[in-house]
Design a protein around this ligand. Structure first.
Ligand code: NAD
Length: 492
C-alpha cells in the first residue's frame, strides 16, 4: 500500500526552496533548465529541480577557487573541528535526511535511516586526518642532503555523483577532499539532488566558509561543463562506464586527473562447506536491497553443484518473501527503482534473458502491479542456470535481478567469478579458512567479503579493478587521492 498523501506532504515540506548553492548565493534558477522530479514510489511529479548550466558551473568553480585561498590556509585542527561539527549536524538531521532519501530516490526507510550515519562516519574519520597528514624525510646518500615531502591539497575538486548514494556518497568524496584543504563543486544527478543540497546547507551551518562546498544539480551537460573546466584540479566521479569514457576523454584536454567509481557484476561463490542457511539468506537478500541499485551487490551467484538445489530453494524463499513496497514503510526491504526509464531498462534486460533463453526465471520477472502499479517497482527476480556469457550474466542490471550458475571445483568457481569485465567486489562463503583467503587472493576484485557483506566502513579502501574504475574511496588511500606530493631538496 502506497501512502501517496504522506509522500506529497513530505515532498512539500522537504523538497522546496532554492536548489543551487554557489558561494554564499542560493539560486532558485539555473541556465540548464528545469527537471520535473518524480517520486519513484508513487510515479507522481513532486518538485521542480532548477538545473545548473555552464554559467553556474563556472560561477561555482570561481567560488571554489576563491574559497580555496582561505580554506587551505585554515589551521588543520580548525578544519578538523569544522568537519566534526558537520558530522554532528548530519547526525542531528538524520531523520529528516532519511525521509528526503526515501521521497527523492525511493530508498527504503529502514536503509535511509542509516545512510546519514554512514556519511557522518566518513566525515569524522577524515576529520581525524586533517591534523595528521605527514610527509616524510627521504635519506639521500652520499651527499647527505636534507630531502623531504610535503602533502598539499590539489585545489578545486569536481564531484559528479549518481542517484543511489545521496548524502553518504558525497561525504565519502567530499570528506577527504575537504579535510586536506581542497574545496568542492558537487554536481548531483537531477534525479536525486535534495539530500546533497542539505549537505551544502549543513556545511555553511558548521561554519565552513561559503564557496568551500558548492552544490549545483544538473544533467549530463552540467557534468560535461564541470569536467571541461580548466579551473578544476581533479574529478571524482561515481556512475556508469559509458559516462566514465566521456569523462576520461574530456579530462584529457586539461590533463585533469580522475577517480572513477563505476559499476560491478560481482560474483558470490558458495562452497559446499559453507553455512548454507547463512549463505542462502545472504544470497537471496543482499542483491535485492535498495531494489538492486547497489554497485557492490553480489549479482552473480556461483554455487557448487552439490548444494545448488538447497541454496536455490533458500534463495527463492528469501527473495520471494522480502517485503516489496512503499519506500516510506519501515518494513519495506525492496523499494522502487529510481525512474520510469530505469524500470523499463531493468524489465527490458529480463525480457532479453527470457527471449534468449538465458536460464530459467524461477522467481519474479515482472513489474509489480496492483497497488504498486503506478510506482517503479520490479519484482525480485532470480534466474537459474545462466550461462556466464549471457548478457544478463555480463551486464550490470542495477535492479533486483540475480543470475545463478554452478561450478564443480574451486578453479572453475574463481574463473566464473572473474569472467566479467568488471572487478568491483567478490564474495566467498566457506568454512575453510585457507580456501577463503586463497580464493580472496585469486579474485580480480577490489573488495572481497568473506562470509559477510561488504559494509564499506570508512577506514577501509574501496574501489574497483578493470572496468569498475580507477582509484579508491575510504581509508588512507581515499585521502591520498586528494593530495599532491611535493619533494623539497636542500643540499648540505
Ligand atoms: P550516469 O553515469 O548516467 O550518471 C552519473 C553522473 O554523471 C550524473 O550526475 C550525470 O548527470 C553525470 N553525467 C552524465 N553524462 C556526463 C558527461 N558526459 N560528463 C560528465 N558528467 C556526466 O549514472 P548511472 O549509470 O545511471 O549510475 C549508475 C552507475 O553508477 C552504476 O553502474 C553503478 O554501479 C555505479 N555506481 C558505482 C559506485 C561505486 O562506488 N563504484 C557507487 C554507486 C553507483
Amino acid at each position: 500500500m502506497i501512502d501517496a498523501d504522506r509522500h506529497r506532504q513530505l515532498a512539500e515540506e522537504l523538497l522546496g526552496g532554492p536548489h543551487l548553492v554557489v558561494g554564499d548565493a542560493r539560486l532558485a534558477r539555473g541556465s540548464g533548465g528545469v527537471h520535473h522530479h518524480v517520486n519513484p514510489s508513487t510515479g507522481r511529479p513532486q518538485a521542480d529541480v532548477p538545473l545548473a548550466g555552464a554559467d553556474e558551473i563556472a560561477d561555482a568553480v570561481a567560488a571554489a577557487r576563491g574559497a580555496f585561498a582561505v580554506w587551505s590556509r585554515w589551521r588543520p585542527d580548525e578544519r578538523r573541528d569544522a568537519l566534526l561539527r558537520l558530522a554532528a549536524l548530519v547526525l542531528r538531521d538524520a531523520a529528516t535526511i532519511g525521509a528526503v532519501l526515501s521521497v527523492e530516490a525511493g530508498v527504503p526507510a529502514a536503509v535511509a535511516a542509516g545512510l546519514p550515519k554512514r556519511g557522518a562516519d566518513y566525515l569524522s574519520y577524515y576529520a581525524g586526518y586533517a591534523d595528521k597528514l605527514e610527509g616524510s624525510v627521504i635519506p639521500i646518500f652520499p651527499e647527505n642532503a636534507f630531502d623531504y615531502t610535503r602533502l598539499e591539497p590539489l585545489g578545486v575538486i569536481g564531484v559528479i555523483s549518481t542517484w543511489n548514494g545521496g548524502i553518504s556518497a558525497i561525504c565519502r568524496k567530499a570528506g577527504p577532499a575537504l579535510a586536506v584543504g581542497n574545496t568542492v563543486v558537487v554536481k548531483p544527478m537531477e534525479l536525486a539532488p535534495f539530500s546533497v543540497l542539505r549537505f551544502a546547507e549543513l556545511a555553511l551551518e558548521a561554519g565552513i566558509p561559503p564557496g568551500v562546498v558548492n552544490v549545483v544539480p544538473g544533467d549530463a551537460a552540467a557534468g560535461q561543463a564541470l569536467v571541461a573546466h580548466p579551473g578544476v584540479d581533479k574529478i571524482s566521479f561515481t556512475g556508469g562506464i559509458g559516462t566514465a569514457r566521456k569523462i576520461l576523454a574530456a579530462a584529457a584536454e586539461n590533463i585533469t586527473p580522475v577517480v572513477l567509481e563505476l559499476g560491478g557484476k560481482s560474483g558470490n561463490i558458495v562452497f559446499p562447506d559453507a553455512d548454507l542457511a547463512v549463505a542462502g539468506q545472504f544470497s537471496g537478500q543482499v542483491c535485492m536491497g535498495n531494489a538492486g541499485q547497489g554497485c557492490v551487490f553480489p549479482t552473480r551467484l556461483i554455487v557448487h553443484e552439490d548444494v545448488h538445489d538447497e541454496i536455490l530453494e533458500r534463495v527463492v524463499a528469501v527473495a520471494g518473501s522480502l517485503p516489496l513496497g512503499d519506500a516510506l514503510d519501515p518494513t519495506t526491504v525492496v523499494g522502487p527503482v529510481i525512474s520510469a526509464g530505469h524500470c523499463q531498462r531493468v524489465l527490458g534486460m529480463i525480457e532479453r534473458a527470457r527471449s534468449e533463453r538465458s536460464g530459467e526465471i524461477v522467481l519474479g520477472g515482472r513489474r509489480a502491479g496492483g497497488e504498486l502499479g503506478e510506482g517503479f517497482f520490479v519484482e525480485p527476480t532470480v534466474i537459474d542456470g545462466v550461462d556466464s556469457h549471457a548478457h544478463i550474466a555480463q551486464e550490470e542490471v542495477f535492479g533486483p535481478v540475480l543470475s545463478v550458475m554452478t561450478f564443480a571445483d574451486e578453479d572453475e568457481a574463481v574463473a566464473l567469478a572473474n569472467d566479467t569485465p568488471y572487478g568491483l567486489a567478490g564474495y566467498v562463503h566457506t568454512n575453510d579458512l585457507r580456501r577463503a583467503h586463497r580464493v580472496a587472493a585469486a579474485l580480480d576484485a577490489g573488495y572481497v567479503s568473506l562470509n559477510s557483506f561488504a559494509a564499506l566502513p570508512a577506514p577501509a579502501p574501496f574501489g574497483g579493478f578493470g572496468m569498475s574504475g580507477i582509484g579508491k574511496e575510504g581509508g588512507r588511500e581515499g585521502l591520498l587521492e586528494f593530495v599532491r606530493t611535493k619533494n623539497v631538496y636542500l643540499g648540505m
